[in-house]
Design a protein around this ligand. Structure first.
Ligand SMILES: [Zn+2]
Length: 143
């Protein structure tokens, strides 16, 4: 079982403070760091390794879940830009990283992708309390 499938088992058991919203095809969860305030991940329920393996109808519905999530994250955190990252280099299970970007950081790194800061992510680890705060703010916007 892959790391994301294991995480989904935890979400299903209801013991994760990181769960924001269950969609038809995915779960929106608070990201494991907050280097970028409001960073979240949208993880596909089914173990699919590549976007091209999805049924076209599911592709469309899933993409709406991505953009709906990004829209409320952008609004809530007043982000200046959203970066979407769907790579599959570490875990081959379709998931999007939704990175809110802000003008102070963008002033120096406007053309760089958010992973340029990845060596600092561990210093901004999301605590359960921070995750719950984000969940309580985001969830009503997605109901
Ligand atoms: Zn998986």
């Amino acid at each position: 079982m892959c790391l994301i499938c294991e995480r989904i088992e935890d979400l299903k058991n209801g013991d994760s403070p990181f769960l924001v919203k269950e969609f038809k095809h995915s779960y929106l969860v608070v990201g494991d760091h907050q280097f970028f305030q409001g960073y979240c991940q949208l993880i596909m329920k089914e173990h699919i390794e590549d976007l091209t393996d999805l049924d076209p109808i599911v592709q469309g519905e899933f993409f709406k879940e991505v953009t709906r999530s990004a829209k409320v994250i952008k609004r809530l955190f007043k982000a200046d830009r959203i970066n979407y990252s769907c790579l599959g280099n570490v875990v081959q299970h379709v998931h999007f990283h939704i990175f809110p970007r802000y003008k102070d950081e963008l002033a120096k790194n406007s053309k760089k992708d958010p992973w340029v800061h990845s060596d600092q992510f561990n210093s901004f680890e999301t605590t359960d309390a921070v995750a719950l705060d984000i969940v309580e703010s985001l969830r009503p916007l997605l109901s």
